[in-house]
Design a protein around this ligand. Sequence first.
Ligand code: PMP
Length: 338
Amino acid sequence: MNGTARAGTVWELVGQTPLMELTSLSKLTGCRIYGKAEFCNPGGSVKDRAAKGIIRDAEQRGLLVPHSDPPYTIVEGTAGNTGIGLATLAAERGYKVILTMPDDQASEKYAMLKALGAELDLGPACPFANPNHFYHRARAIAEATPRAYWANQFENPANGDFHYETTGAEIWEQTGGRIDVFTCAAGTSGTMSGVSRYLKEKNPNVRVVLADPYGSGMYCQVRTGKIENEGRSVTEGIGIMRLTTNFKAARIDDAMRVHDQDMIDMLYHLARHDGLVVGTSAALNAMAAYRLGLELRGSGAVIATILCDHGTRYQSRVLNEDWLREKELLPRPLAPVQ
Ligand code: PMP
């Protein structure tokens, strides 16, 4: 199927997203900077791909059977977008969905999940070592529920493998094999794992740079081999403090940290110059792509990143001036090119 083909279901609509040029950033850097428009997926984010990859793999192994009576249940711990992806596809495939989530995410995500019919199990955000962490609660619920399957997006290789097969291959084709640099942040690292493996297999000289928010340990992991962090971030769905199967599979050359203020500056820059209101992880990714473009200024290098979801998903936060003021994150113009 290509971007203009007919699709009968949300299942068929996952992927084949446009690769958009972020024209204002290309002009400022003299490179070609592109963002993969993942907000075009039916559930509105890059995580529809993980959801489809995980469900498809479980169905192939007979662990999930669509449209059964009584229905099978998909259980997952999620910060939101994976849950929306799973609930979107599950509605059409006749599955029940139970999601364990931290209770501090943007309210838009909970509203969307309820609309899709998912059952939510909310708990306070807590460290991974705490048995009440949403990850452990999901496993426990899956173990106690008949006909249930734990998606386990962090450790499930079907997540990264689906990005290898689709996101990586699409970026390679959409750049005509001319890509020089790829950058994105990691949550489960499914995107980074799949895309980096695909691109490096095609051309080992493609430079892969992890973009990491403050509060995440992966910048230090890549730079020094130790998971250490400092600071914190308002970004959602990215940053992690442990090595996961999907992260270990990624082929990363270097890492960059992006501060929330720079992320917000980019979010508003893209809104005002490219007509594109993206979510916080997408804005962080675009900031990383812009900085890599400045390093290669005037070279015409092709740089690609991921626009993970749309800004409307965070309307009550980053599109709300009171919230921005309270967080001391009011947007500033992008720093002028030196
Ligand atoms: N951005 C957003 C908004 C997300 O929800 C996620 C997934 N948690 C990511 C980026 C990271 O994607 P991945 O899990 O493939 O690393």
